[in-house]
Write a protein that binds this ligand. Structure first.
Ligand code: NAP
Length: 272
C-alpha cells in the first residue's frame, strides 16, 4: 500500500506543549504538514512554535484549549474551516494525556474521572467532532498515543491502565468500523519516555518514582510515531522493555500476575 504523505497534510495534534507532542509537531511541520497544535498552557505552546526551526512549507498553528472542554473541539473545527473550503483534516493525533500513581483503594473518585476524561473520553469525543473533516481527506489517519500499560496492567497505575486499555479497545473497534471508508487507525504504545509526564501526575505524592526497564527520549518516540503513521502501521509497541512486558503478558499471563503481585496490599487490607 502507498505510504502516507505528510507533505501538504493538515493535522490536529493534542498535547503539543511538551514531550512527545511537541517533538511530533516539529517533525510533522518539518515534513511540510500544517499542524494545529493544541494544549492548555499558552507559554509552553508558544515555545513549541518559537523553538521550531522552519525547514520548508510546514506550519504550526497554536490553539490554546483544554480538550476536556467541548468548546475547544468547536474551536479546532472552526480553525479547520479557515484553512480549506472543505474543512479537510488528514491526520488527527490524540496525544494529550496524564498519569497518576498510587493504590486505587487510597485514591479519590476524582482521580479516576480526571484520568479517564483526559486520556480517553476527550480523545473519543474530539474524534467524533472531527470525523466529518477527516471524511473530506483522501487518506484520513487517526493516530492514538496509548501506552504499553494499555496492553499489560501493573499495580499502582490502575486509573492510567484503565484509560489506556480503553483507548486500545476503542482504537481497534474504530479501525474495523472505518476501514471501508479508507481510514487508517494507528495505535502507538510507548514505554517510559523522558518528558514532563512525571511532573504533572494527578493526586500523586511528588516523591513517588516510577520504575522502568529503560526509557526513550521524547523525540525518539515522536520519530517512531511518525514512521508508524507513514508506513500505515495498525499498532506499534515501542522499546525492548515495552515489548517484553506486552508479549510476556500475552504468553504467560499467570506468571506475570504473580510477578506483579503486591503482597503488602493484603496486609494493609487486613489491618483496616
Ligand atoms: N512519558 C511516558 O513515560 C509515557 C509512556 C507511555 C505513554 N505516554 C503517553 O504519551 C502521551 C504524551 O505524554 P508525554 O510523555 O509527552 O507527557 P507530557 O510532556 O506531560 O505531555 C502531555 C501533554 O498533554 C497535554 N495535556 C494534558 N492535559 C490536557 C488537557 N486537558 N487539554 C489539552 N492538553 C492537555 C499537556 O499540555 P498542557 O498541560 O499545556 O495542557 C502536554 O502537552 C500521553 O498520552 C501519555 O499517556 C507517555
Amino acid at each position: 500500500m502507498k505510504r502516507w504523505n505528510p507533505e501538504g497534510a493538515i493535522a490536529v495534534l493534542t498535547g503539543a506543549s511538551s514531550g512527545i507532542g511537541r517533538c511530533l509537531t516539529h517533525q510533522l511541520a518539518d515534513c511540510g504538514a500544517t499542524v494545529i497544535a493544541v494544549a492548555r498552557r499558552e507559554p509552553q505552546l508558544t515555545e513549541t512554535v518559537s523553538s521550531w526551526q522552519s525547514k520548508g512549507q510546514g506550519r504550526i498553528l497554536p490553539l490554546v484549549g483544554d480538550i476536556t472542554d467541548p468548546e475547544t473541539h468547536l474551536l479546532i473545527k472552526n480553525e479547520l474551516t479557515q484553512l480549506t473550503d472543505d474543512h479537510r483534516l488528514d491526520l488527527l493525533v490524540n496525544n494529550a494525556g496524564v498519569g497518576a500513581i498510587g493504590p486505587f483503594a487510597e485514591a479519590t473518585p476524582q482521580r479516576l474521572r480526571q484520568v479517564m476524561e483526559i486520556n480517553f473520553f476527550s480523545a473519543a469525543e474530539l474524534t467524533r467532532t472531527l470525523l466529518p473533516s477527516l471524511r473530506q481527506s483522501s487518506s484520513p489517519v487517526i493516530c492514538n498515543i496509548g501506552s504499553v500499560l494499555g496492553h499489560c496492567a501493573v499495580p499502582d497505575k490502575s486509573e492510567y491502565c484503565a484509560s489506556k486499555f480503553a483507548l486500545h479497545g476503542w482504537s481497534d473497534a474504530l479501525r474495523c468500523e472505518l476501514a471501508c471508508e479508507g481510514f487508517q487507525v494507528t495505535l502507538v504504545s510507548p514505554s517510559t519516555t523522558r518528558s514532563e509526564f512525571f511532573h504533572s501526575l494527578i493526586e500523586t505524592d511528588s516523591k513517588t518514582k516510577s520504575k522502568s526497564l529503560g526509557s526513550w527520549p521524547a523525540d525518539r518516540v515522536a520519530a517512531a510515531t511518525l514512521n508508524a503513521i507513514i508506513r500505515r502501521k495498525r499498532e506499534v509497541v515501542l522499546s525492548i522493555g515495552g515489548k517484553l512486558l506486552v508479549y510476556a503478558d500475552r504468553l504467560i499471563p499467570g506468571i506475570m500476575n504473580k510477578f506483579l503481585k503486591r503482597p503488602h496490599y493484603a496486609v494493609k487490607a487486613n489491618v483496616n
